[in-house]
Ligand binder design. Structure first.
Ligand SMILES: O=C[C@H](O)COP(=O)(O)O
Length: 258
C-alpha cells in the first residue's frame, strides 16, 4: 500500500495582507518543528499579493513550509486583465495552485472546462494542482453527492495523462460545510473520498489511485481534525477559517496529538 504523507494546507482566501502574511508564516515556522514537517506536509495558500513576501521568507530562512496560489489562469500570457499565470507562479517557486474551489465555481462561473484547462496550465509549469470538488446542499439532500463530485473529478482530469495525474491533490469540500461550522461527519468524508479514490483507479489504475492524496475541507478545526484524519481515504485537510489563526492551524498540523 502506498504511503501518503498528509498535506495540511491553509487556504487564507481573501484575508491577510503581505505584512500580516509575513507575521503569520513566522509564527507557523516558530511553532512547527522538524518532526511535524517529517510527518506532515504543511502549505499555505495566500492571496496573490502575499506570494512574493512568503517566498522571500521561506527562501531566506530555508523554511519547509510550502506555498501556493488560490487560483491560476488557464492562459500562459496575454490580454487577460486581472489574471495571474502559471509562469508567474512558477517564477515565485509556488508548489501548488488551487483549481476549482467552490467559491470560484460559485462566484466566478468556473465550470468543468475551465477547471480542466487550469489543471493543465498548472502542470505545464510544474505546479501541483489542488483540484477542489464537492456538492452543494441541495445535491446532498437529493442523495446525488457522490455522482456530482465524481463528475467534477472526471471533468477536471479530462485528458490529463497518468504521469501528471499521479501527483494531483484532490480536495473534497462539501459546499454546505464550508465556513458554516457544519463539518461533514468522518463517515460522510470517507464515503466520498473513498469514491474519489475508486474513480481514480477506474480512470487510471489502482497504483496511481493509491498514491494520490485526497484532502477533506469544510469547517476543519483542531477539535474535529483527528476523527476526519482517521478515515482511510482522507490524507489531509484544506483549511479555511481555522488557518487564519496560527496557533489553531499548528494544532491541526499536529492532528495526531489532538
Ligand atoms: O478551502 C477551504 C475551504 O473552503 C474550507 O473553508 P472553512 O475551513 O472555512 O470551512
Amino acid at each position: 500500500m502506498a504511503t501518503r504523507t498528509p498535506l495540511m494546507a491553509g487556504n487564507w482566501k481573501m484575508n491577510l495582507n503581505h505584512l500580516e502574511a509575513i507575521a503569520h508564516v513566522q509564527k507557523l515556522a516558530f511553532a512547527l518543528t522538524d518532526k511535524d514537517y517529517t510527518e506532515v506536509e504543511v502549505a499555505v495558500l495566500p492571496p496573490f499579493t502575499d506570494l512574493r513576501s512568503v517566498q522571500t521568507l521561506v527562501d531566506g530562512d530555508k523554511l519547509k513550509i510550502k506555498y501556493g496560489a488560490q487560483d491560476i489562469s488557464a492562459h500562459d500570457s496575454g490580454a487577460y486583465t486581472g489574471e495571474v499565470s502559471g509562469p508567474m507562479l512558477a517564477k515565485l517557486n509556488c508548489a501548488y495552485a488551487v483549481v476549482g474551489h467552490s467559491e470560484r465555481r460559485q462566484y466566478h462561473g468556473e465550470n468543468e472546462e475551465i477547471c480542466n484547462a487550469k489543471v493543465k496550465a498548472a502542470y505545464r509549469h510544474g505546479l501541483t494542482p489542488i483540484l477542489c470538488v464537492g456538492e452543494p446542499l441541495e445535491v446532498r439532500k437529493a442523495g446525488s453527492h457522490v455522482a456530482h463530485t465524481l463528475a467534477q473529478l472526471d471533468g477536471g482530469l479530462k485528458d490529463v495523462p497518468a504521469e501528471q495525474a499521479a501527483s494531483i491533490v484532490i480536495a473534497y469540500e462539501p459546499v454546505w460545510a464550508i465556513g458554516t461550522g457544519e463539518v461533514a461527519t468522518p463517515e460522510d468524508a470517507q464515503e466520498v473520498c473513498g469514491a474519489i479514490r475508486a474513480r481514480l483507479a477506474e480512470l487510471y489504475d489502482a497504483d496511481l489511485a493509491a498514491g494520490v492524496r485526497i484532502q477533506y475541507g469544510g469547517s476543519v478545526k483542531s477539535g474535529n481534525v483527528a476523527a476526519i484524519m482517521a478515515q482511510p481515504d482522507v490524507d489531509g485537510a484544506l483549511v479555511g477559517g481555522a488557518a487564519l489563526d496560527a496557533d489553531e492551524f499548528v494544532k491541526i498540523v499536529r492532528f495526531r496529538d489532538q
